[in-house]
Design a protein around this ligand. Structure first.
Ligand code: KIV
Ligand code: ZN
Length: 419
């Protein structure tokens, strides 16, 4: 199938530096502040959301889904402030610098869509993301509408969104359990109504990589007008398959991925940004795409999200877990000392992890402390700020045997936000 992705300013092609094939840009759509915030027990203040959005912008994501503006006054304010304050920034500015797009979520109703537009439109580049369930189980029990009514509502919603905003995304919720030919019909209609991105959520994390990849391929090939839009993945992790499903989606034609930092989200969470990005980076010949994420900022962003959301990162979590680059067994330690690649497939510094072998604890001195926070990106703290952070570190070290980089970053961001 020919996929003319170049119609969007977000999507372009380049020659791979590692192979002679042409690669497409993969749009990284971060939904930490929307689907991620739907994690049980997580509530972020407006200031915290703006702070996370600033980090996401530095990290280089292409789209930030900043919230669900109709959901609450707080969500509306957060999306509005992010659109005003973070929207004009160049994303990933330390690396390449490109416009950032701010999106908001809306159900397929007039009230939701207008409220969403009122919030996101403050950003120079914005998007309305509207959704409606399409599986028979949702149509029958949740919405109590027919398939015909579903198509009518979706089309009307996309037409309204398009009258307000050039960039419109539509998601058929529970696509993973929807009838594929019905999906082709409804998606064909929303393309005619003006949708520019079609997102295919495996809402309940039901699909396997083979099924999800086949679904994307079928939709790309059989939806009328499907060659004019960007196809997007949105996978939940109920079976632990979210990353695998997302990668399978890319192999089969998706050029946007919806992800969250640390994989936070409803129930077992969403696809994690760091896993997808580092897999593509580690296997440049296996995927026909490239990303523009500033990967050395991954660890710092992960720590911030963890400390503000209160969602602890499991120690053995891929890429960002405290143990992700530690080697315990003698055989492994010996191998790594001889040559790092014996047991390391990623250089820790490529994701912002430094000095993994230098353990900080209550006996560590000021110099070791300063050197570690400099590696973590906080070398510019004043002497007074460093001293305060050092004192908090000592207090914490009295209660904990080993202070991790996640602990340090949490401690410093707390220090900096208190001014
Ligand atoms: O999982 C889901 O279906 C969603 C949609 C609202 C995109 O989060
Ligand atoms: Zn979701």
């Amino acid at each position: 199938t020919k996929l003319p992705y170049s119609f969007s300013p977000l999507c372009h092609k380049r020659n791979s530096s590692t192979s002679s094939s042409v690669q497409d840009k993969l749009v990284i759509f971060d939904t930490t502040l929307r689907d991620g915030e739907q994690s049980p027990g997580v509530t972020l203040t407006v200031d915290e959301k703006v702070e996370i959005a600033r980090h996401l912008s530095n990290l280089g994501v292409d789209v930030i889904e900043a919230g669900f503006p109709i959901a609450s006054q707080g969500d509306f304010e957060a999306v509005t402030r992010i659109a005003k304050e973070i929207g004009p920034l160049m994303t990933g500015r330390e690396k390449i610098g490109k416009p950032l797009r701010i999106a908001g979520l809306a159900r397929a109703t007039e009230k939701d869509i207008k409220r969403c537009y009122d919030a996101v439109s403050h950003a120079p580049f914005h998007r309305i993301h509207t959704f409606l369930a399409t599986s028979d189980i949702h149509l029958k029990y949740k919405l109590q509408i027919s398939r015909e009514e579903c198509i009518k509502r979706a089309t009307k919603a996309v037409e309204l969104a398009k009258s307000l905003c050039e960039d419109v995304e539509f998601s058929p919720e529970d696509s993973g359990r929807s009838d594929q030919d019905f999906l082709c019909s409804i998606l064909g209609e929303v393309i005619k109504a003006g949708a520019t991105t079609l997102n295919i959520p495996d809402t309940v994390g039901y699909n396997t990589p083979e099924e999800y990849g086949a679904l994307i391929k079928y939709l790309v090939e059989n939806t009328p007008g499907g060659d004019k839009v960007i196809w997007s993945t949105h996978c939940h992790n109920d079976l632990g398959l979210a990353t695998a499903n997302t990668l399978s989606g890319i192999t089969n034609g998706a050029r946007q991925v919806e992800v969250t930092i640390n994989g936070i989200g409803e129930r077992a969470g969403n696809t994690s940004l760091e896993e997808v990005v580092m897999t593509i980076q580690t296997h440049p010949k296996s995927y026909p795409v490239y990303h523009t994420i500033n990967t050395p900022l991954i660890y710092r962003t992960s720590s911030l999200v963890s400390s503000l959301s209160g969602m602890v990162v499991q120690p053995n979590k891929a890429i960002v877990g405290t143990n992700a680059f530690l080697h315990e067994s003698g055989i492994h330690q010996d191998g790594v000392l001889k040559h790092k690649q014996t047991y390391e497939i990623i250089r820790p510094e490529d994701v912002g992890v430094f000095n993994v072998n230098l353990v900080l604890g209550k006996l560590s001195g000021r110099n070791a402390f300063r050197s570690r926070i400099t590696d973590l990106g906080y070398g510019n703290l004043s002497d007074a700020e460093t001293q305060k952070a050092f004192e908090s570190f000592k207090t914490l070290a009295d209660t904990k045997k080993r202070i991790t980089d996640h602990d340090l970053l949490a401690l410093i961001s707390d220090q900096v936000s208190k001014g």
